[in-house]
Write a protein that binds this ligand. Structure first.
Ligand SMILES: *Cc1c(COP(=O)(O)O)cnc(C)c1O
Length: 301
């Protein structure tokens, strides 16, 4: 075990232990949640779909008008460096661009901020623990809180605007549920803290198209469903339809395909993980071992 085994960060070109990685109190990343980020999973010593995560991160940087010195190749190298230095074989690997601190003290102009890139990695994070999934995971539908509208905060760029999710998580935890899923203002299901949502009816798999992050695991789940001969639909998913599905599941880089056995009062599959989600999750872990989708990490470097 090295000092970096708990996690490592890349800041200003240096690799440091995760506990020492900090940003300043005047950074808009902190004061305004003004951050674009992404998270790529590392599974058994290799990144899964690294280029897809990098594509999304580069698009988020452009959408948020962040300007940093590091280019894609240097970002990729920084991620590889922290994983190799940490020795972590299974990791949650985050890349972040923060607006930074105004170069002109007190400026309210976002163009004055010194944007900066950093990255950090910790041991793999499951958004729902595997033992909870096995016995049946429950999801609360947010009641007092709705997903931030997509014309207010761009959901296509992974971001730190978690006020809606955190309020929803309090509702869910207070009611004894594992996690929360938020609807939009039209009553359609959107997404939850770190995951996309799916409904299965017959041989059709439906997932919301608007007001959600286009999860890389969401894309993987759609590709896997099609590979199994199922029909896939990306469209508005009304809450009533979601609750009437045969089966529902979530997707996230923190765990793959996650079967859900209860949504509010509605119990699915007699409280047992559904066959489609169970099959897709097994296939997900198979696909993480596909050489064409992996980037191996050289830990000797
Ligand atoms: C990260 C995240 C997801 C899932 O995306 P993946 O690329 O599959 O990990 C979905 N919704 C939100 C809000 C997220 O932050």
């Amino acid at each position: 075990m090295t000092a970096l085994a708990q996690g490592a960060a890349w800041m200003e070109g240096r690799v440091i232990p995760i506990a020492e990685a900090k940003i300043g109190v005047t950074d808009w990343g902190l004061t305004h949640s003004d951050i674009a980020y992404d998270v790529v999973p590392v599974v058994e010593g290799g990144f899964f779909r690294l280029d897809d995560y990098l594509d999304r991160f580069m698009a988020s940087i452009a959408a948020g008008r962040y300007e940093i010195a590091e280019e894609r190749a240097q970002i990729r190298a920084a991620l590889t460096e922290i994983i190799a230095a940490s020795g972590l074989r299974d990791a949650y690997c985050a890349m972040v661009v923060a607006r930074g601190t105004p170069r002109v003290p007190g400026s309210r102009d976002p163009r004055d901020c010194a944007n900066h890139f950093y990255a950090w990695a910790v041991p793999y994070v499951h958004v729902i623990k595997p033992e909870v999934l096995e016995t049946g995971a429950s999801v609360w539908i947010g009641k007092a809180v709705r997903r931030i509208p997509r014309d207010s905060v761009n959901p296509l760029a992974k971001n730190y605007h978690w006020g809606d999710f955190t309020a929803g998580l309090f509702e869910a935890k207070d009611a004894g549920f594992e996690t929360v899923l938020l609807c939009d203002h039209d009553g359609n299901v959107t997404e939850g803290p770190g995951f996309n949502a799916f409904a299965v009816k017959g041989d059709r798999v439906v997932t919301p198209d608007l007001g959600v992050l286009e999860g890389v695991t969401r894309r993987t789940a759609l590709e896997m469903a099609r590979a199994l001969g199922m029909q896939t639909e990306e469209r508005a998913l009304p809450l009533e339809e979601f609750l009437e599905a045969d089966e529902v599941f979530l997707s996230s880089s923190g765990g793959g395909v996650l079967p859900i056995t209860r949504v509010d009062d509605r119990v699915f599959g007699n409280g047992r993980p559904g066959p489609v989600a169970t099959r897709l999750n097994a296939l997900y872990w198979d696909w993480t071992r596909r050489p064409d989708l992996r980037t191996e990490v050289d830990y000797r470097a």
